[in-house]
Ligand binder design. Structure first.
Ligand SMILES: CC(C)(COP(=O)(O)OP(=O)(O)OC[C@H]1O[C@@H](n2cnc3c(N)ncnc32)[C@H](O)[C@@H]1OP(=O)(O)O)[C@@H](O)C(=O)NCCC(=O)NCCSC(=O)C[C@H](O)C(=O)O
Ligand SMILES: [Mg+2]
Length: 296
């Protein structure tokens, strides 16, 4: 089952670490999490200055209600080590590793964090965005089940997947959906969170709302975003609706009736409802409450 204890990650905004205006803007946005990007959003000649900007920005006040991740370049590449050191120094909630292709990529980052005495609180998120990464998603995600696992979330990288495979995503991303669901399945098998990829067309909010609804239906916890205009739609799409909460409350009430005490299955409005549905209903109600407390 989707873990109700996972942090809320309905809206997870990429913020280019080298863009001062975007950094400043990010401080007041209502997204659940931010990924400060040192990878694709930063030009090669700006990598060093972007690290410095990020260091300076994150030395300022933080909002505990907004999770922070830093996406670094691949550890095996030219900028990876410097990015890793910069990311570790700013003490994010997570470091996001791009283009993860095998469990060894996670192990390498785990070792680097252990060797540098980084606090246990720094988690690892992994981007699944290459054909090899997709084929290995189950093995990668399985690391999440280790007792002291740092790996806590998979993030779909749909732009790179399209680039690397040559597919046309098709209407409403129909051709990508089997791979997206493979990523969700792998994440859940590893007890991990899971985030959908970005929608590049940030002006078409109607299409974006549809993409969010589809992502929620596929089982994603939330969506990665590229523009502040996308935040409200994602927050709304990944929150339980009033009808869903009412239905969940009816399930809880049904099992609470004296005649249903100790029963494993009850009938509700012509439907069979089992105790697994009760657990799902309780989780949904708890999620709705957390969202209400957060959004007000
Ligand atoms: C896409 C953009 C380049 C558009 O930028 P721009 O034309 O400047 O947009 P606006 O004029 O509408 O911006 C209005 C204000 O909002 C701020 N802004 C814009 N985007 C962000 C943001 N992401 N975070 C914070 N603030 C943002 C602007 O600065 C304006 O502010 P102000 O001037 O004060 O009013 C731009 O949105 C952008 O760069 N987006 C992020 C791009 C990015 O990070 N790309 C990499 C991650 S996606 C990826 O790699 C996916 C994955 O790996 C895969 O393979 O799929
Ligand atoms: Mg990518």
């Amino acid at each position: 089952m989707h873990d109700p204890a996972l942090p809320l990650r309905r809206s997870v905004l990429y913020v280019p670490a080298g863009n001062e205006r975007a950094l400043l803007k990010s401080a007041a946005l209502a997204c659940d999490a931010i990924i400060f990007d040192l990878e694709d959003a930063v030009a090669p000649e700006e990598k060093a200055s972007a690290r410095e900007r990020l260091r300076a920005f994150l030395a300022g006040p933080r909002r505990p209600e907004c999770e922070i991740a830093v996406r670094i370049n691949a550890l095996s590449g030219a900028w990876g080590t410097e990015d890793f050191l910069a990311a570790r120094a700013v003490r994010p909630d997570a470091i996001l590793l791009p283009k993860v292709e095998e469990p060894a990529d996670i192990a390498q980052a785990e070792t680097a964090l252990e060797e540098t005495d980084a606090p246990r609180a720094i988690r690892l998120w992994a981007m699944i965005e290459t054909p090899r990464g997709l084929m290995q998603a189950g093995a990668i995600a399985a690391l999440g089940r280790a007792p002291d696992a740092r790996l806590s979330c998979l993030v779909a990288g749909t732009n790179d997947l399209v680039k690397e495979t040559g597919i046309d995503p098709g209407p409403e991303r129909a051709n990508l959906k089997p791979w997206l669901m493979q990523i969700v399945l792998a994440a859940r098998a590893g007890s991990l969170g899971v985030l959908d990829g970005v929608s590049n067309d940030f002006r078409d909010l109607a299409a974006f709302a549809g993409e969010c609804a589809a992502a929620r239906a596929m089982g994603f916890d939330g969506k990665t975003l590229i523009h502040p205009a996308q935040i409200a739609a994602a927050n709304s799409a990944f929150a339980p609706t009033a009808a869903e909460v009412a239905e969940a409350q009816a399930i809880v009430a049904a099992f609470a009736r004296p005649e249903n005490q100790g029963r494993g299955v009850v009938s509700l409005g012509g439907r069979m409802v089992e105790r697994l549905h009760l657990r799902m209903a309780e989780a949904l109600i708890a999620r709705a409450k957390r969202i209400e407390e957060k959004d007000g």
